[in-house]
Structures are given as structure tokens and as C-alpha cells.
Write a new protein. Structure first.
Length: 504
């Protein structure tokens, strides 16, 4: 591509980084990150940057009991320089922006420089990309540039670099070997030489088995806890494998659920349905699509979260291939070339606009969302009552701001009384020095969990009992936000603030 084209793409991408970075900062400043993921990653990255390995207090004893994500090591080096959740958000923005480079190169191979410019522009305004940038922080963002580079190298038949991309892919998360195995399927269909299908087979299966053993060894329950999503198939891996053959009609009815059709439709409509004409490029998604169908995810939630990221590179590849076939006359050969270009343009615009309206980031970062979010000024004031070395218990909206420490706990597990995705009782691993509670968030907990009675206690009863047993008393309160400290003692230097407590 010409230098001028790269300059334009660079300017567009720089503008996108600045805009997204500003929106992230505004959302952060208004305590809008309350989805738990940012807090978990912040706490784990803090541990790595301070030599504590993958230790996690939110999901104790180790984040390795959740996921195996080796990319956290280099990110922790950056985090060491600026130990804040905002660091992770900015890293996420830069990683997503870097995907423009391989995408533009790929589009240039199909439609020359004009196609590269259009592809870059569509990528930067696409709701599925913006959703991933603004929702929370998540390691799956790394798969976007990695997979786009792998597609580019596969087309160029650069086996060595393609193998490097597969190795980078599988260490992003323990389920990404499923995509590597999907590459083996495509290589077989394309009749590539044996090394093109053997390499992803070995890399995918090998890392998957290693990752599972590492996770199980560090998991509190001694099992891969995300198997809870597949319990409808059976209690053991053997029962799960047999279920489709023993109960084929029930299995097919589950797979053909309306949620699954809507999710697939949402993914396709975001690309103007062009991937249907380039369907051969979607083979690497076979296993992850199967995983999605088994989960029966709620479509709007799925499409607004980071889970779509492994799908986007192949959908983009399929869309480019399908649009090229359409322009060349392989489909509807009697159509006029100008009409073909108009159809592609209209469908592309409609796809992006429709996707924004249906599952885009329509709730802006600074918007208040009562009753789950209190005034930012109140939450910011509450944080001043927490010392850097305090062991903290807090609610979703304050977790990211307080997670850059060794010991921070999420109040939702105390409220629920159970560990994530299990019936195992949850108890705080240690006493706490301070509890920062936005009591409005109990509405959110109640909505999430519906029933909070566990071992004869409700969630509210468990919280009040914990505060009483650990002798915590209010030192700050405003609206629904209360800061409790052991024996009601204030941190040094905050006595004057206590004299000016706002009225409840």
C-alpha cells in the first residue's frame, strides 16, 4: 500500500485511540466499571507485578484456578510503572487499535487500497469492537490482532510466522486451542500439506491438556469450574460426551434454541451477511461456535461483551471473500457492476447502523444508571478512608478502584454465600480492615442471583453478621454509601474529614 494510505489509516486510528481513551477515563471517573472483570485483572496483575505470581484474593487462592493467561506477565511489567486499573484499559485500547494493521493488509489483498481504507474505517466504528473497548478489561482482546495476523500469514503461506501466531493465540486463554484446532480443519479442507494441519493439531491439543491440568491444580474446587455451564449434559466428562448420542432429540432441541439463532444472526448482521458468501473462511470457528451453542448464551449480552472477539477476524475474512465473489459476478452474474457496488455499500452502512442501534454501546460511560450507581463524588470521598495496605471488602462499583492491592474481596460472594458457579460455601480468607459498601448495589445482587438464601441465611443477614462479628463501625456515610472500619477507627490524617461528614 502507498504511504499516503497508511498515513490516513494512522490518523483515523490515532483519533479512535484518543476518543476511546477519553470515554474509558470518563467511565472510570464515574465509577462505571462494575462488571467485576476489571477488578479481577487489576488484582491479579498487581500480584504479578509485586512478585506474588497469579495470587488473587477476589477468586482465591489463585487466578490460575479461573484461567491460564500467560500474556499477563508482560502486561504486569507495564502495570508496575503505573499501578492502576486505567493502565489495563489503555493497554486494551492499544491492542485493539493494533488490529487495524493486519486487517488493512488483508483488505488490500482483496480490494486494494480503497478496500483497506474502508475496512479500517468500518473496524473503528464497528459496535462489536467498541463494545469490547468500553465494557471492561479482558484478555481476549489479544486474540483480535493475533488472529488477523494468522489469517494474513495463512493466505501468504508463511508457515513459520503462522505457527508463531498459533503459539501466541493459545496462551491468551485456555479455550483458544479450540480455534487452533479449527485452523487444522480449514487446512485439511484446503488440502494444504501435512504440516499445516499437524501443527495446529499438536499446538492446540498439547496446550489445551497442559492448561487444564494447571487450572485444575490451582482451582479451589479441584475441577475446572466453568464446566458448570455444561452440567445439563452430565456430571462427568464421560457423561457429557455420551449425552448427544443417548438423548439426540433433547440435545438438538437445546442447540436449536432461539437464543442461539439470534446470536448467530447478530454476528452475521454486523457484517451485512457477507460471510455467508465466504463461508469457507469460517471453518476455524467450528469448535468455538459449538461451544457457544452448548452455552446457549443470551444474544444481546453475548454481543455486547468480549466473547465475540475470537469470531470477528474470521467473520471479517469471510465478509471480504464473500464481497469479492459478489463483485466478480460469482453470485447473481447478470447484475450490473455499479449495482453490485451500491448493494455492498448499502448493506455495509445498514449493518453497522443497525448493529449500533440493537447491541451497540448506546449507554454512554458518563450516564447515571440508578439505583446501582451512586454519585461519583460520594464514591470518590469514600475511597479516601482506605489505606494502601488495608484489607478491603467492597461492592462492584468500587472494586476496580481498590483492587490494586494484595487483599481485596468482592462483597457479592459474601452476599451470595457461595463460590462462583458452585454450591461450595464462601468464607473470607482473612479478616478485613475496612468495608466500603454501596448498599444500593444489593438491588443489583438480588437481580443477578434471585435467591440468596444459603445455609439458612439471606445475603443481607450474612453481610450484617460479618460487620458485627468483625467489630466494624461507620466512619463515613452519605446516601447509600457507608465506610466501615474496625472499631470505628479512622486512618491517620482523616480526623478533620470525620468532623465534616455529609448528612445521611
Amino acid at each position: 500500500m502507498k504511504r499516503r494510505t497508511w498515513i490516513i489509516i494512522g490518523l483515523l486510528t490515532t483519533a479512535w485511540v484518543l476518543i476511546i481513551g477519553t470515554l474509558q477515563w470518563l467511565k472510570w471517573d464515574h465509577f462505571g466499571y462494575n462488571g467485576l472483570d476489571l477488578a479481577i485483572y487489576t488484582n491479579t496483575t498487581w500480584s504479578l507485578s509485586h512478585g506474588h505470581g497469579f495470587a488473587s484474593s477476589i477468586h482465591d487462592p489463585s487466578y490460575l484456578g479461573d484461567h491460564l493467561e500467560a500474556w499477563l506477565y508482560p502486561v504486569s511489567w507495564i502495570f508496575r510503572l503505573w499501578p492502576s486499573a486505567v493502565t489495563l484499559l489503555f493497554v486494551q485500547t492499544l491492542v485493539l487499535a493494533s488490529a487495524v494493521i493486519p486487517l488493512a493488509k488483508l483488505a488490500n489483498q482483496y480490494f486494494r487500497e480503497r478496500g483497506a481504507l474502508i475496512a479500517a474505517a468500518v473496524f473503528l466504528v464497528h459496535p462489536l469492537v467498541i463494545n469490547s473497548a468500553l465494557y471492561e478489561f479482558h484478555g481476549l482482546v489479544f486474540v483480535l490482532p493475533i488472529l488477523l495476523w494468522s489469517i494474513l500469514w495463512y493466505r501468504q503461506q508463511r508457515w513459520g510466522w503462522w505457527l508463531v501466531s498459533l503459539a501466541a493465540l493459545v496462551i491468551v486463554r485456555e479455550d483458544m486451542p479450540l480455534v487452533a484446532l479449527g485452523w487444522a480443519i480449514l487446512a485439511l479442507i484446503d488440502r494444504r500439506s501435512w504440516r499445516w494441519w499437524a501443527a495446529p493439531l499438536l499446538v492446540g491439543l498439547g496446550w489445551y491438556l497442559v492448561a487444564q491440568q494447571i487450572i485444575i491444580a490451582h482451582a479451589y474446587s479441584g475441577t475446572y469450574k466453568y464446566l458448570a455451564f455444561y452440567r445439563w449434559l452430565g456430571q462427568t466428562p464421560g457423561e457429557m460426551a455420551r449425552y448427544p448420542f443417548q438423548h439426540p432429540l433433547l440435545f438438538l432441541r437445546h442447540i436449536a434454541n432461539l437464543n442461539n439463532w439470534q446470536t448467530i444472526g447478530g454476528l452475521l448482521v454486523g457484517f451485512g451477511f457477507w460471510p455467508l458468501l465466504g463461508w469457507r473462511k469460517l471453518w476455524p470457528l467450528l469448535l468455538v461456535i459449538g461451544q457457544m451453542l452448548l452455552l446457549q448464551a443470551e444474544p444481546i449480552s453475548f454481543l455486547r461483551l468480549h466473547y465475540v472477539l475470537p469470531y470477528l477476524p474470521f467473520l471479517a475474512w469471510g465478509a471480504l471473500s464473500g464481497a469479492q465473489r459478489f463483485l466478480r459476478g460469482n453470485v447473481f452474474p447478470r447484475l450490473d457492476p455499479l449495482i453490485r457496488q451500491a448493494v455492498i455499500t448499502v448493506l455495509l452502512i445498514v449493518a453497522v447502523v443497525f448493529s449500533h442501534l440493537v447491541f451497540g454501546p448506546w449507554r454512554w460511560p458518563w450516564a447515571h444508571t440508578p439505583p446501582a450507581v451512586s454519585e461519583p463524588a460520594t464514591l470518590a470521598r469514600a475511597i479516601t478512608y482506605v489505606q494502601p495496605t488495608d484489607r478491603v471488602l467492597t461492592t462492584f462499583n468500587l472494586l476496580p478502584s481498590l483492587a490494586n492491592r494484595q487483599t481485596v474481596y468482592s462483597m457479592n460472594y459474601v452476599f451470595l454465600g457461595r463460590r462462583q458457579y458452585s454450591e461450595l460455601p464462601y468464607a473470607l480468607p482473612s479478616d478485613i480492615d475496612v468495608a466500603v459498601i454501596d448498599w444500593q448495589q444489593l438491588y443489583e445482587y438480588q437481580f443477578f442471583y434471585r435467591t440468596t438464601v444459603f445455609n439458612g441465611q439471606s445475603g443481607t443477614e450474612r453481610l450484617l453478621q460479618l460487620i458485627q462479628e468483625q467489630r466494624h463501625y461507620p466512619v463515613f456515610f452519605h446516601g447509600s454509601v457507608v465506610v466501615y472500619r474496625r472499631d470505628g477507627s479512622l486512618p491517620q490524617g482523616l480526623y478533620s474529614q470525620q468532623q465534616n461528614l455529609p448528612a445521611a
